[in-house]
Design a protein around this ligand. Sequence first.
Ligand code: HMG
Ligand code: MG
Length: 299
Amino acid sequence: MPMPATVRLVEVGPRDGLQNEAQPISVADKVRLVDDLTDAGLSYIEVGSFVSPKWVPQMAGSAEVFAGIRQRAGVTYAALAPNLRGFEDALAAGVKEVAVFAAASEAFSQRNINCSISESLQRFEPIMEAARSHGVRVRGYVSCVLGCPYEGKVSAEQVAPVARALHDMGCYEVSLGDTIGTGTAGDTRRLFEVVSAVVPREQLAGHFHDTYGQALANVYASLLEGISVFDSSVAGLGGCPYAKGATGNIATEDVLYLLQGLGIETGIDLDRLIAAGQRISAVLGRANGSRVARARSAQ
Ligand code: HMG
Ligand code: MG
């Protein structure tokens, strides 16, 4: 299978990255991060979540963040919505694209969104209907596609029906998440082989966390499977509040460096991206999680 000529990166740092931070982060700092990412040329930025503030306190200010950001034409600014209430709040904040999130493991579904997998899919139906009537596009996530913090190994056969259900209900793209970052390149190839039998490859994305240091290899394995959309997080920010020990997403800078080396076009400016990551890392008072950013900044 030929490698894709272009790749779209879905920047999830402001959401998947910051949601896990216990320390307060001001709306102004979040807005600045999103604006910096816009200026770096990202075409898709997940800005926040409209979830229960009791479950994920850090995302409580998402409406204010949406109100404060500079939106560039042609760039998608998206938010997570777990239920109709979240969708309506997102709509009121002017959000034009949302993401719903299901899991491939029952235990994770319970811990993350307090319901079973099939209940979660039922909960998404009214969101899909409301989204259609408002012209809002919906992206779907499946978590724990290669492993679950509570159930251990997850098979591709467990993932396929959930991905298919999201696709069938109208999600234009389904992102497969290795939430705890234990998957290998071999697991990843098999996952896409199996799931692409029920959802077209052009409508699948890879979402890799780097806990075991396998994320970049998994992106490469996915490219070999013809996957051309990847979720990543500037400075490798993040983790998951319901997956203890899981580290951040693969760093956007590191994926970009890989793609540039392969001659694959993304439209993103690496230097500006590194500057955005350095700034938010300084705000959070932590080392930049991108190897490329660390190497470049040490020069
Ligand atoms: P629940 O407690 O079962 O919901 O939570 P409920 O309907 O019983 O409501 C309980 C309370 O929450 C009520 O308030 C509701 O009003 C409120 P109270 O009466 O107690 O004051 N509530 C809300 N508030 C604001 N926004 C809402 C909302 N809905 C209800 N939308 C629920 C169910 C789904 C709401 C909860 O479990 C939740 O918010 N979970 C979110 C978890 C989350 O955001 N996890 C991280 C994102 S997923 C992820 O990171 C993985 C991913 O990156 C991919 C990967 O890595 O694999 C995407
Ligand atoms: Mg994630």
